[in-house]
Write a protein that binds this ligand. Structure first.
Ligand SMILES: Nc1nc2c(ncn2[C@@H]2O[C@H](COP(=O)(O)OP(=O)(O)OP(=O)(O)O)[C@@H](O)[C@H]2O)c(=O)[nH]1
Length: 479
C-alpha cells in the first residue's frame, strides 16, 4: 500500500538530503512537492492544506541538529505530522464492559462488512479467547444471513439461527437474549448495507443501536474508493456515534489517501485494516508504521520489533559467523527458515526492508510463497545428517507429502533459494548505505541490539547452502 505516495516523497527528500542548512526556501520547495504528492494520493484538500501549513510552520526556522542532515530533519517533522494525522497510536477494540460486549458493524453494501465481522470474530476467538456470537441483521439481501453462517462455520464461531420474517430490531433483541443466556463474551451485529447513505438505513441503525447499546460501533469502508470512503465516513459520523473505522481492501490501495484523510475528517480512529479476502487478512492499524511506510523508509520500526521478539541475538550472531566462514549448512538454513516464519514470513520481511519491493511483488505474483518455506522445511526434515551436509547424495526417491493443489516442485524450492541469495545481496547494499542504524536514526527510533545480528544473519552471503539436485524429491498430494 501507499507505493506511489512513498515514491514521490522519497524523491522530495532525496533532493533535500545533503544540503548544508535548512532555510525557508528549501522547506517551501519541499512542501510544494509534499502537497502535490498528497493530492495525488487522493487526500482531501482541506486535510492537505492544514497538514502542509503545520509542517511548514514547524520546519522553517527550526535549528538543524548537528548530527543529521536538513533532509533528515524534515523527514522527521513530516513523519511526526503524518503520525499525528493518522492518529497517534494503535486503537484496539474496547470491550471492557459487562458481557456480552456488543460490536455493531455498519457500512455500505459491498464494503466488506460481513467478511470483516467474521475476521474480527476470528481474532477475538483465537487471540483473546473470547466466546463470540455473530448475528446478521441484513433482511434486505436474501443470502446475507446465510453468508454469515457459512463464514461462522469456517472459523468455528456461532451464528444466531435465522428466523424467517424477523425485522432487524427484533433480531437484535433475540441475539442479545441468546448472548446473555448462553454466556457469550461478545455479540457482533452485522447490520444491512445499502447502496447509498439514506435515511431509512440511518433510522434502522439508530434503532438497533438503541436496543443494544453497543460498546463499539465500527464503520467499514472500502479504501479503494478513496475520497468517497471519506465522504461516506463523514455522513455516518453525522448520524451515529461511531467508535472506530475499518478500512478494507488496503491490500489493493495504491494511493493511501483514504487512510490519511479518514482520521482528520471523522475524528475517529482507524482501528483495523483489511488486507485480503481471507479471514486472517485483518491487522491492527499502526499509525507510526504506516507513516514510516509512506515516507518510503521501509517499515524498519516494525522489523526491529518483530526481530527482537523472535530472534535471539546470540543465535543470529553465531549464524552470521558460520555464514562468513562458509560453514552454513542445511540445518542452519532450516533454523533460519523457522525464524523467518516467526517474523511473518518472506512477504512480510521483504515489505519491511527498503528496496525489497520487487521481491515482494514476486511473492505476490505467486512465483515464490511462504508455502515453500514449509515444504522446504519438510524436505530438509526428511534428509539424513549426511545428506544435509552433502545434498548431492540424495536419491530421486524421497517422498514428501504436501497439501492438495499446492503444486510445489524442486524447481520452486531452488527459486526460493535464489531469492534468499537476492535478499542477502539487498541486505549487503543496505549495510553499505550506512545500515539499518542510519535508517533508524532518521526514523527517530533507537537501533535495537538485534539489528546487527539480523543484518548479519540475512546478509552473510558467503556460505549459501547448495541448491537441491533437480528431481531429488517426489511430491505427493494429500487427498
Ligand atoms: N482484497 C480484499 N477483499 C476484501 C476485503 N474485505 C472484504 N473483501 C471482499 O469484498 C467482497 C464484499 O465483502 P462482503 O463482506 O460480502 O461485503 P458486505 O459489506 O458485507 O456486503 P453487503 O452484505 O452486501 O452489505 C467479498 O468478496 C470479500 O471477500 C479486504 O480487506 N481485501
Amino acid at each position: 500500500m501507499f507505493d506511489s505516495l512513498s515514491d514521490r516523497l522519497g524523491g522530495v527528500f532525496a533532493a533535500l538530503r545533503g544540503r548544508g542548512a535548512l532555510n525557508e526556501a528549501d522547506v517551501r520547495a519541499a512542501m510544494r512537492e509534499v502537497r502535490i504528492a498528497l493530492l495525488e494520493a487522493d487526500v482531501a484538500l482541506p486535510v492537505v492544506r492544514s497538514f502542509v501549513d503545520s509542517v511548514t510552520e514547524k520546519a522553517v526556522g527550526q535549528n538543524v541538529l548537528r548530527s543529521i542532515t536538513p533532509g533528515q530533519q524534515v523527514v522527521k517533522i513530516v513523519n511526526d505530522a503524518l503520525v499525528d494525522m493518522l492518529g497517534s497510536d494503535t486503537a484496539d477494540l474496547e470491550l471492557d464492559v459487562t458481557p456480552p460486549a456488543i460490536i455493531m458493524m455498519v457500512g455500505l453494501q459491498g464494503s466488506g462488512k460481513t467478511t470483516t465481522t467474521a475476521k474480527i470474530a476470528k481474532r477475538l476467538t483465537e487471540k483473546d479467547r473470547k466466546k463470540v456470537l455473530m448475528a446478521s441483521l441484513d433482511v434486505n439481501r436474501p443470502a446475507a444471513q446465510e453468508q454469515l453462517a457459512v463464514l461462522g462455520s469456517q472459523i468455528n464461531v456461532a451464528t444466531l439461527p435465522v428466523v424467517a420474517g424477523q425485522q432487524p430490531v427484533e433480531i437484535a433483541r433475540r441475539a442479545l437474549n441468546a448472548a446473555r443466556l448462553q454466556g457469550y463474551d461478545v455479540l457482533m451485529l452485522d447490520t444491512a448495507g445499502r447502496l447509498h447513505v439514506d435515511q431509512a438505513l440511518m433510522d434502522e441503525m439508530r434503532a438497533v443501536s438503541d436496543v443494544s447499546s453497543p460498546a463499539e460501533t465500527l464503520l467499514v469502508v472500502d479504501a479503494l474508493t478513496g475520497q468517497d470512503a471519506v465522504n461516506v465516513a463523514k455522513s455516518f459520523t453525522d448520524q451515529v456515534s461511531l467508535t472506530g473505522v475499518i478500512l478494507t481492501r488496503m491490500d489493493g490501495d495504491a494511493r493511501g489517501g483514504a487512510a490519511l484523510s479518514m482520521r482528520a475528517v471523522t475524528g475517529k480512529p482507524i482501528k483495523f485494516v483489511g488486507t485480503g479476502e481471507k479471514l486472517d487478512g485483518l491487522e491492527l492499524f499502526h499509525p507510526s508504521r504506516v507513516a514510516g511506510r509512506i515516507l518510503g523508509m521501509g517499515d524498519v520500526v516494525s522489523l526491529v520489533e518483530r526481530a527482537a521478539e523472535s530472534i535471539q541475538v546470540e543465535d543470529a550472531e553465531a549464524m552470521a559467523a558460520k555464514m562468513a566462514k562458509g560453514q552454513f549448512d542445511l540445518n542452519d538454513l532450516r533454523q533460519q527458515l523457522a525464524q523467518m516464519q516467526k517474523m511473518g514470513g518472506l512477504g512480510a520481511l521483504a515489505g519491511m526492508i527498503p528496496g525489497m519491493k520487487k521481491a515482494q511483488a514476486a511473492m505476490a505474483s505467486g512465483a515464490v510463497s511462504d508455502k515453500m518455506l514449509i515444504h522446504m522445511d519438510a524436505m530438509i526434515g526428511s534428509m539424513t545428517a549426511k545428506e544435509r551436509a552433502k545434498p548431492e547424495l540424495l536419491q530421486a526417491k524421497r517422498k514428501i507429502r504436501i497439501a492438495k493443489g499446492s503444486g510445489t516442485t524442486v524447481q520452486d524450492v531452488n527459486k526460493l533459494l535464489k531469492m534468499h541469495q537476492e535478499m542477502a545481496t539487498a541486505m549487503k547494499k543496505l549495510k553499505k548505505m550506512g545500515g539499518m542504524k542510519a535508517l533508524m536514526g532518521m526514523m527517530g527510533g533507537g537501533a535495537g541490539g538485534g539489528l546487527g545480528g539480523l543484518a548479519g544473519m540475512l546478509g552473510g552471503g558467503g556460505g549459501m547452502p547448495p541448491v537441491f539436485p533437480a528431481n531429488s524429491f517426489q511430491f505427493h498430494e494429500l487427498t
